[in-house]
Design a protein around this ligand. Sequence first.
Ligand SMILES: NC(=O)c1ccc[n+]([C@@H]2O[C@H](COP(=O)([O-])OP(=O)(O)OC[C@H]3O[C@@H](n4cnc5c(N)ncnc54)[C@H](OP(=O)(O)O)[C@@H]3O)[C@@H](O)[C@H]2O)c1
Length: 273
Amino acid sequence: MTRTYAIIGDPIDHSLSPALHNASFAFLRLDCTYIAYRIPRGDLTAAIADLKKIGIAGFNVTIPHKVDMMRLLDEIDEECRKVGATNTVVNTDGKLKGYNTDVCGFLDPIRKRNIDCTGTDVLLVGAGGAARAIIAGFANEKVRKITIANRTQQRAEEMVRFAKQLGVESEYMDLAKAGDSASSFRFIVNATSVGLKGMGCPISTRNITRDSIVYDIVYMPVETQLIQQAKEQGATIIYGWEMLLAQAMRSFEIWIGKPAPYEAMKLTLLGRF
Ligand SMILES: NC(=O)c1ccc[n+]([C@@H]2O[C@H](COP(=O)([O-])OP(=O)(O)OC[C@H]3O[C@@H](n4cnc5c(N)ncnc54)[C@H](OP(=O)(O)O)[C@@H]3O)[C@@H](O)[C@H]2O)c1
């Protein structure tokens, strides 16, 4: 019987996940399919019951349900519990187990470049759902300190507390001052949605140096303004599409139990931009 997977969220119509996963299923000749399912905020509980009724094999979770989905899980993977949000769920006979593949998805491009994060200082710009996974990832890698800048100070303060809970030194920084301090950090990570569709740059970039590693998790366009300007300053660049690909590969592996086809997924992803 064909196994069906899905991504749930709202909005969902521009998600690249169906293309990525369906390409992998076709490449490996698996009898599986993957759909996008829009679930508005407030409709989650009923929609999950419906997904169970149709025997969904597994699903990805995106904005705005990553945190709310946690209370509907029967079992929670350790990394997922640490982050407090899930983006990947497995359905085994009606029992749902949640994972968070954003953490290893975020770290994968860093590891591929053999960058050692131990003892480094991080400037994290943004304090939304993705920021939580990034903090958990950097905590795993034993960074020294995560400085968090965000438009809304209160959300940044929450993230500072979260980082400290995970044993990492952390403090808030005013977003307007973050760019001026850029040279004090080894990593500068953009986890805001600023830069999406070519709109704006989250911080001023003149103090980014050749020693900086600039990681922009925004993946559309591939070359955000932050990436373009950081390149001109000679920084090492990590692209948002690399994280997107790595977290999708990990979801695939959790569901299917075999390695995801990297080249097929990468070609599909980059062909979409
Ligand atoms: N590459 C990947 O695999 C991957 C994975 C996850 C997410 N992402 C991308 O990462 C971005 C953030 O995702 P998320 O899930 O964390 O979203 P989210 O929970 O909605 O958080 C959005 C963040 O962006 C900030 N922000 C939004 N508009 C802003 C503006 N005009 N000026 C300054 N800050 C602004 C918000 O600040 P406030 O707190 O002040 O509202 C918040 O920090 C999205 O673009 C998403 O597509 C990429």
